[in-house]
Design a protein around this ligand. Sequence first.
Ligand SMILES: Nc1ncnc2c1ncn2[C@@H]1O[C@H](COP(=O)(O)OP(=O)(O)OP(=O)(O)O)[C@@H](O)[C@H]1O
Ligand SMILES: [Mg+2]
Length: 411
Amino acid sequence: MSTKNVIVALDIGTTKVCTLIAHKTSKSIEILGVGSHPSNGLKKGSVVNIEKTVESIRNSIEEAKLMAGIEELESASIGIAGNHIYCFNSSGVVPVKNKEINQSDVDRVIEAAKAVLIPSDREILHVIPQEFKVDNTVGIKNPIGMCGSRLEVNVHIVTGKTPLIQNLIKCVEQAGLIANSIILQPIASSRSVLTTEEKELGVVLIDIGGGTTDVAVWKDGSLIHSQIIPLGGNHFTNDLAVALKIPHNEAERIKLAHGTVLNQTQLNETYLTVQGLSGTRPREVSMGYIAEVLGSRAEEMFNVVREMILEKNLQAEITGGFVLTGGGALIRHLPEMAEYILEKPVKVGYPTAFGGMTSAMQHPKFSTVLGLLQESNKFSEASTRDEKIQDESDMFDKLGKSLKNVFKEIF
Ligand SMILES: Nc1ncnc2c1ncn2[C@@H]1O[C@H](COP(=O)(O)OP(=O)(O)OP(=O)(O)O)[C@@H](O)[C@H]1O
Ligand SMILES: [Mg+2]
């Protein structure tokens, strides 16, 4: 098959590297191949071992290629997270040149919003328009064709540390692919899990991965805040391993099979047999103790989210509540615990199905890679059509088209 209409998404996570290969038509995307391989070279979302990361990426790509029956791939959209990511809001204003606003006015006002001081070791990953203001009219999503003399824009800017971004790009290149776009992971997960209505109403996506928890806050259809919290499912497993004095893989097994974050009285009378560290005998531990250990980590995590919401003054914006996704979202009773701490409705978000998606893929741990594929489809569409902004999301396509282009423009 020719690679012309083939798109590839690569989610390089802390616990797994996942590759999706799909065929795109003008109307749909059809998944052809899936590869998922354990990831060994990342910590808290950042590459700490290039060799191991490259190997995981290669294996994941090979698996997907084999399934898709494709031998050569050129490029992929890749996700980025890690606690080096820093996001903030900015704004810009320009006079309109010819009374009627055109593409070049929009480009200029976004340039103006990007003109902020960024530390020399940081780079801009995304500049996402939230809303435009034409003279005194606010809340405009697409100002092109409108009349006015002054154009303003509010944008959300996502930055990351240059060396860590370059490490990620380097790993992808060494595995034989070009990183054609780099997309913030919670933006990708939001794409596959949240509905347009939820994003309009005001919703917080919490993607609980292995090494990080990625947060994206949406209101009126726009991304208004994003943050990466360096806490994930692995911390729950490590806590269990330490508290029960058991090996890490046994702690992971217990967490997946019996883990809950709510200690109910009857759990104190239920006992589980756990394998001890090598040389020690299996022991009995109460389910109540396991719930206590996992519960205190969950409490810590949701308190960090709560603090973030309070600090950014976002309480009033979140009418639609919170949506948990990522593999870590599946620990039992996590939504109940989150509801108690965050005082809003909370649910687990599963990726929305589309062409070629098997039921095995409808798991929260695949939200990011499925969203990356959908976002990457937008990027490739944007590069083949007229660069005309039709709506706010198209604007995001165009601006995020290539990380390298953005770097070139700014530095
Ligand atoms: N059924 C389950 N119950 C509880 N936890 C689960 C379940 N399935 C997966 N997990 C946990 O989800 C985490 C992995 O999630 P995910 O695959 O989304 O992470 P990742 O993308 O590799 O990491 P990151 O996004 O942090 O870089 C692990 O900690 C794993 O234990
Ligand atoms: Mg992830």
